[in-house]
Design a protein around this ligand. Structure first.
Ligand code: HEM
Length: 532
């Protein structure tokens, strides 16, 4: 029979021992510490580390009896938290390789049991299963109200309602095409801002981020701002989004070591509680302005949509703030980050940039600007976008993990309810078993040149060899809008300019993983106009 030692019984034994009485507080402390350490070591010896050990011992399952998911033990108590800092996707891929656990690896983040896969079949099994339709609790997400928005709302009626509202009013093809002129205007403003650099080297990131923010402010809040001029409202919102990004992208120790929660060692709770009233004030002001608008003229932005809902779909004021804030938050950086990676690749691979230029000249010519409808007639530009998504997915670990709602089975292993599941999309897209010459930048792999090429390879989640927007019930609802924006804006930027890298600051593909995976050194470039 399995012996179960838990902290309670160790403490009872210790308290019965006379040497450890109240007169010997040092002995008492030392013994409690030793008992705790002994337990921590007991849990730690299991594959996957302390969280898995704790679970298996409590269930009375021994190492020899269970079919264990391979994985690193990490350190006692904290498990493999070290794998999650600085480019977690690289470290997790290396660990999976070392443990020959690419299909499925178990590890512990403190008290959290985690599984991760670097295999497309197992990824599909996880992401498309209704068992993994929930998200793990993250204190910062709750503090920042995201549990009342789509991304972190628990799987259920409320989440389904939000997805339906967003799908109908923000992300459906009709709505996306109705905002075409807005994307065109912002693209023209980007072109002017870039042209005004007059052939000098400049950092393009600021322009891309401002353009994405203005785009979301227009779709969501109905606010139109000029890219060239600065205004306090966009700057305030930019600061709020940046702070939210930083907070949500941090590994919060107390999410995984609950006994640290009250200490708020990383000051995450403190910063969240400073940020939330500012977000509330900002979004509240916009909602009130829409309510008070006496002209009766609907702008048809997302605030108007939410205010017009009736019956069971009607959201409370608080929930509306959360949903609007999330849309601004999610739609801004993902787009800017991806465009910067595409431009970086265009600078590094001048031959490929020339091929895009040739295609633009054939489809559009140089006498008129590119229109969004032209993208439908292009094949090389979409292949470039897919190839960049393959090598530089903005969410290499698919941004936000999934949570097992019930006990389940993945790839033949038992996985208990409450386990966090991750997919290492970055490792899948660089796996030589999955992609030929995975490290080569080769947009041609998405063209129909030979029988093995896949013309219609869809990146929207049906094939987990490349699913940068996730898959299944919680797949990214903004993928069509995101792709339309990125493809069109990159098309415009390449149609208008030839992009040249800086001699003294060559393109550096090093990454930094915040909420999205960005270039760690922003691009410095100069442009030569192509259309006079
Ligand atoms: C290049 C652009 C984008 C990329 C690469 C991207 C990627 C992702 C990924 C990987 C997920 C997690 C999917 C999963 O768990 O299976 C996600 C979720 C989400 N994305 Fe995107 N995204 C992009 C653009 C957008 C845009 C433009 C919006 C909205 C304006 C948006 C809104 C969301 C929301 C609300 C979720 C949470 C969905 C849920 O939990 O039900 N995304 N995105």
């Amino acid at each position: 029979m399995e012996t179960q030692i838990d902290s309670f019984w160790v403490l009872v034994l210790v308290s019965k021992c006379k040497a450890f009485s109240a007169q010997n507080p040092i002995f008492l402390l030392v013994s409690v510490f030793l008992a705790w350490l002994a337990m921590a070591l007991c849990y730690w010896v299991y594959p996957g580390g302390p969280a898995w050990g704790n679970y298996l011992r409590k269930k009375g399952i021994s190492c020899s009896r269970a079919k264990m998911i391979p994985g690193p033990r990490g350190f006692p108590v904290i498990g493999s938290m070290n794998l999650m800092v600085n480019l977690a996707h690289h470290k997790l891929a290396a660990a999976a390789k070392a443990f020959k656990a690419e299909r499925l690896m178990a590890f512990s983040l403190g008290e959290t049991k985690v599984i991760i896969t670097c295999n497309p079949d197992v990824a599909k099994e996880i992401l498309n299963s209704s068992v993994f339709a929930d998200r793990p609790v993250k204190e910062s997400a709750y503090q920042l109200m995201f549990n009342r928005a789509i991304g972190f709302a628990p799987y259920g009626v409320y989440w389904r309602t939000l997805r339906r509202i967003a799908a109908t009013h923000l992300f459906c093809p009709k709505q996306i095409s109705s905002t075409e002129s807005q994307r065109f205007n912002i693209a023209s403003q980007m072109v002017s801002a870039i042209a005004s650099q007059g052939g000098d080297y400049f950092c393009v990131r600021g322009i891309l981020k401002k353009a994405s923010l203005n785009n979301m402010m227009c779709s969501v809040f109905g606010r139109k701002y000029d890219l060239g001029s600065s205004n306090s409202e966009t700057e305030e919102l930019r600061r709020l989004v940046d702070e939210g990004y930083d907070l949500l992208g941090k590994l919060n120790w107390s999410d995984h070591l609950p006994w640290l929660a009250n200490l708020d060692l990383q000051r995450i709770r403190f910063r969240c509680s400073n940020l939330v009233p500012k977000v509330n004030r900002f979004v509240n002001r916009v909602i009130e302005e829409h309510r008070e608008d006496q002209t009766g003229q609907r702008r048809n932005d997302f605030v108007d949509v939410l205010l017009s809902l009736h019956g069971p779909d009607k959201l409370s004021h608080h929930d509306m703030i959360a949903v609007l804030w999330e849309m601004i938050f999610r739609g801004t950086d993902t787009v800017a980050v991806l465009i910067e990676w595409i431009l970086a690749r265009m600078l590094l691979h001048r031959d490929i940039q020339s091929k895009v230029h040739d295609e633009l000249d054939q489809v559009v010519g140089r006498s008129r600007p590119l229109m969004e409808a032209d993208i439908q007639s292009m094949v090389y530009l979409p292949a470039v976008v897919k190839e960049v998504l393959r090598l530089h997915p903005p969410g290499p670990l698919l941004s936000w993990a999934r949570l097992a709602i019930t006990d389940t089975n993945v790839d033949g292993y038992d996985v208990p309810a409450g386990t966090t599941a991750m997919v290492n999309m970055w490792a899948i897209t660089r796996d030589p078993q999955v992609w030929a010459n995975p490290l080569r930048f080769l947009p041609e792999r998405f063209l129909c040149k030979d029988a093995t090429a896949d013309v219609e390879f869809s990146v929207s989640g049906s094939d987990l060899k490349l699913a940068p927007f996730g898959s299944g019930r919680r797949t990214c609802p903004g993928k069509a809008l995101g792709l339309a924006t990125v493809s069109f804006w990159v098309g415009v930027l390449l149609h208008e300019f030839e992009w040249v890298q800086c001699d003294h600051e060559p393109v550096d593909l090093s990454e930094v993983l915040r909420l999205s995976c960005e270039m760690s050194n922003p691009l410095t470039i100069k442009v030569n106009p192509r259309r006079r």
